[in-house]
Design a binder for this molecule. Structure first.
Ligand SMILES: Cc1cc2nc3c(=O)[nH]c(=O)nc-3n(C[C@H](O)[C@H](O)[C@H](O)COP(=O)(O)OP(=O)(O)OC[C@H]3O[C@@H](n4cnc5c(N)ncnc54)[C@H](O)[C@@H]3O)c2cc1C
Length: 378
């Protein structure tokens, strides 16, 4: 993929961001409304087919383009960014497993939104060990599950779904489950602290029947797909969301302090060295994560031996740093931070999700510690 192609993608994205995503961002947060108009516009611009192969009509791009697209969207609306991230992660699995051609073509054409349904009430954030079941007979498979979270629940055209294997060994099997399959239920709508409007609800499956051909990859091969395909995409794009949130918080905080007068001193907040030092810390932390994110992309593209370590590091680093940066934004903007109109309180709320989205920051610390000590991760 040439840099010119990524530049073209980002230029196409810019008009969708300015015409649809940014104008709807406040509504998505305040009302919790799913950003359907944004997804339609992204689909029309070909951007929902970003990671789909060119042979099915997609743009055939990879980690770098997906990361930069999600980062740009997150600067305006982190909820929309996370929906797009989950879509790209699911689409990458469908591509890697050579899923049904009509679904691949629909994704490429922007007519099909997908998502991941890995987390479960039973195994919680330990998504690599699902407890939900798949039972097969006569070419059909019956799924039963209590999925604890799925972004775009009730809105996605399909779920990239994990279960225990049909038979044999392996931790899991991945399925492509239609969003309208009989037996799927959303027990409660999403009314979250942050990332509002992205419909991250529980999804239950009661005797959901799908064909055996809906299997993505081999039976029992889910773990390899999760670690080999999903983890790099998800960690990069989750980090990109955190970076977008931090960039947004830094810009809003700087604008606020420059325009806020201390009339009795004839100064603005920006004239106070303490305030400027806080802003400097926000900028340094943001740039440190951005540099690590770009190095993770380089490591993957160059097949460097440290690529997997970087993939583990980047999500832990960016999630926790976004919480720190948005904490500082709340402090620096004072009382104004507590009002919706400034927008940093949304950054503060949205930033919280990254550290507890699986693989959670604490699980990543455990994995990274094991990797550094030369111990097996699992
Ligand atoms: C906005 C949002 C959108 C989401 N979208 C999706 C989605 O589209 N698809 C999907 O599959 N999931 C999704 N999730 C779920 C997410 O990936 C996590 O599974 C979920 O947030 C974890 O919540 P939990 O209560 O089950 O965590 P728990 O597993 O109960 O964790 C609680 C605490 O225990 C720690 N902990 C748990 N296990 C370990 C361990 N082995 N080692 C060390 N510490 C551990 C955790 O780090 C955490 O601090 C989403 C979550 C959010 C918040």
């Amino acid at each position: 993929m040439s840099n010119g192609t990524v530049v073209k993608v980002l230029a196409d994205l810019e008009s969708v961001v300015n015409e649809v995503i940014a104008p709807n961002a406040i509504d998505v947060d305040v009302t919790g409304k799913f950003p359907r108009a944004a997804l339609d516009a992204l689909g029309k611009a070909g951007l929902l087919g970003l990671v789909s192969a060119t042979e099915v009509g997609g743009l055939g791009m990879g980690h770098r383009a997906a990361t930069l697209v999600v980062q740009r969207i997150a600067r305006e609306c982190a909820s929309t960014a996370m929906i797009v991230a989950m879509h790209y992660a699911g689409a990458a699995v469908i591509e890697a497993a050579n899923g049904p051609r009509e679904v691949r073509e629909a994704i490429a054409a922007g007519r099909h939104l997908t998502t991941l349904a890995f987390s479960e009430a039973g195994s919680r954030s330990n998504f690599w060990a699902p407890v939900s079941t798949a039972a097969g007979s006569n070419g059909a498979v019956t799924l039963n599950a209590k999925k604890s979270w799925a972004t775009s629940a009730n809105q996605a055209d399909s779920y990239v779904w994990s279960s225990r294997p049909l038979g044999g060994s392996g931790a899991s099997t991945i399925w492509l489950v239609p969003g309208n399959a009989t037996g799927l239920q959303i027990p409660a709508p999403f009314n979250g602290l942050g990332l509002r409007g992205n419909n991250s609800s529980p999804v239950t499956a009661t005797n959901v029947s799908i064909p055996r051909t809906a299997m993505l990859g081999p039976d029992g091969g889910g773990f390899d797909i999760m670690m080999g395909v999903v983890l790099p995409y998800f960690n990069l794009m989750n980090s990109a969301t955190s970076v977008g949130i931090m960039e947004s918080a830094v810009a809003k905080t700087a604008a606020h302090v420059k325009s806020t007068q201390l009339e009795h001193l004839g100064q603005t907040l920006a004239d106070l060295p303490t305030i400027r030092a806080y802003i400097a810390r926000m900028q340094i932390k943001t740039d440190m994560v951005k540099a690590l994110l770009m190095d993770t992309l380089d490591a993957l593209e160059q097949n460097r031996p440290d690529a997997m370590l970087r993939v583990l590091e980047i999500k832990a680093a960016s999630g926790d740093t976004a919480s720190e940066v948005t904490d500082i934004a709340m402090r620096v903007c004072g009382g104004a931070a507590f009002r919706k109109e400034l927008g940093v309180e949304r950054n503060f709320r949205d930033a919280r999700a990254a550290s507890i989205m699986a693989p959670t920051a604490d699980v990543l610390f455990d994995f990274i510690g094991k990797a550094v000590c030369g111990m097996p991760l699992f």
